[in-house]
Design a protein around this ligand. Structure first.
Ligand SMILES: [Mg+2]
Length: 275
C-alpha cells in the first residue's frame, strides 16, 4: 500500500459503447452517476466532432476533457482544473483546444495546395454546402452542420486514380498528414489516434493531481478502439451491437462485457466499481 488515493479515469467510445443505436445511454445512467459521485473523470473519445459531442457531455454532466475526431483534438473545458496544465492551447466555445496531430486549417492548406498545384480530383467537407453533406451522409441538416464543424480532420471523396491517390498520400505524409479509410469517406488527419487522446488526458490529470494514483480504463466496441484499449490499464471490450467480431486487446487487465452498448458498459463499470 502506498497510501495514495486511487482514482479511475474512464475513457469511452460513444457509438455502440456508451450509446445504443438510438443514441441513448439510460441503461448506463446508474454507473455514470456513481462515477460522478466518486469524482472519477468520464472522458468521451469519439470520431465525432466537438460540436456533435458537446450536448452529450452536458447531459452526462461530465466536465472532463473531450477527445474528438479520432484523437485529432483534445478539448479541455476552460473552467476545468486541468486548464492550466494543458499547454498553449487555442480557445473556442469554452474549451482549450490541443491538437496532438495537425489542425484542420493546416491540413486544408496542404491538401488544397497540392490539389491546385497537381490537379488532383477530390472534394471534401470544406468544399461543400451543408445540403451536399446531407446528400453524402444521410444526416439531418442540423446534424450535418455539427459534423461540418471540424477542427482536426477533413473527410474527402476521391475522384482520381488509385495511383494518383498513392502519390497524394505520400506527399501528405511529408507534412505529417495521413489518410484513414472510413466507411463513406477518406479522412485526412494528423499523426494521431484515440490512444494518443487517452494518453494526453491521463497526462493532464497526473500533472493536475500528482498525489493521486491514477488508473485508466478504456471502453470500446470496434477496430478503431483497439489502440485505445491497449493503451489503458484496464481494457473493456463491449460486444458489437451488430455482431462484429469481439476486440482482442493485449494486456493484463481485460474485461469483456456480455451485453452490447450501454448495458454492457454498465455491467463492466459495476464490476470494477464494486471491486
Ligand atoms: Mg463504437
Amino acid at each position: 500500500m502506498t497510501g495514495m488515493r486511487e482514482k479511475l479515469i474512464v475513457v469511452t467510445d460513444l457509438d455502440g459503447t456508451l450509446l445504443d443505436d438510438s443514441y441513448r445511454w439510460d441503461a448506463a445512467a446508474e454507473s455514470v452517476e456513481e462515477l460522478r459521485r466518486r469524482g472519477f473523470p468520464l472522458v468521451l473519445n469519439s470520431s465525432k466532432t466537438l460540436a456533435e459531442m458537446r450536448d452529450l457531455a452536458r447531459e452526462l454532466e461530465t466536465v472532463a476533457p473531450l477527445v474528438a475526431e479520432n484523437g485529432g483534438v483534445v478539448a479541455v473545458p476552460e473552467e476545468s482544473g486541468l486548464a492550466e496544465y494543458c499547454g498553449g492551447a487555442e480557445k473556442r466555445d469554452g474549451y482549450l483546444l490541443n491538437f496532438p496531430g495537425t489542425s484542420r486549417e493546416r491540413i486544408l492548406e496542404v491538401a488544397h495546395g497540392l490539389r491546385a498545384e497537381r490537379g488532383y480530383r477530390f472534394e471534401g467537407f470544406a468544399d461543400w454546402p451543408v445540403e451536399t453533406i446531407v446528400g453524402h451522409t444521410g444526416l439531418s441538416a442540423e446534424q450535418a452542420g455539427l459534423s461540418a464543424r471540424r477542427v482536426a480532420t477533413e473527410p474527402i471523396r476521391w475522384h482520381d486514380s488509385e495511383d494518383r491517390l498513392a502519390e497524394f498520400s505520400g506527399l501528405l505524409g511529408g507534412h505529417g498528414i495521413r489518410i484513414l479509410r472510413g466507411g463513406r469517406f477518406l479522412h485526412l488527419m494528423g499523426m494521431c489516434d484515440k490512444a494518443g487522446g487517452l494518453r494526453e488526458v491521463a497526462k493532464f490529470y497526473r500533472l493536475a493531481e500528482p498525489g493521486v494514483a491514477w488508473t485508466t480504463m478504456a471502453l470500446g466496441d470496434s477496430a478503431n478502439d483497439l489502440g485505445m484499449l491497449n493503451a489503458a490499464d484496464i481494457a473493456v471490450v463491449i460486444p458489437n451491437l451488430h455482431g462484429g467480431p469481439l476486440l482482442k486487446p493485449e494486456g493484463g487487465c481485460i474485461f469483456t462485457a456480455t451485453k452490447a452498448g450501454p448495458e454492457g458498459w454498465h455491467e463492466a463499470l459495476s464490476h470494477f466499481l464494486e471491486h
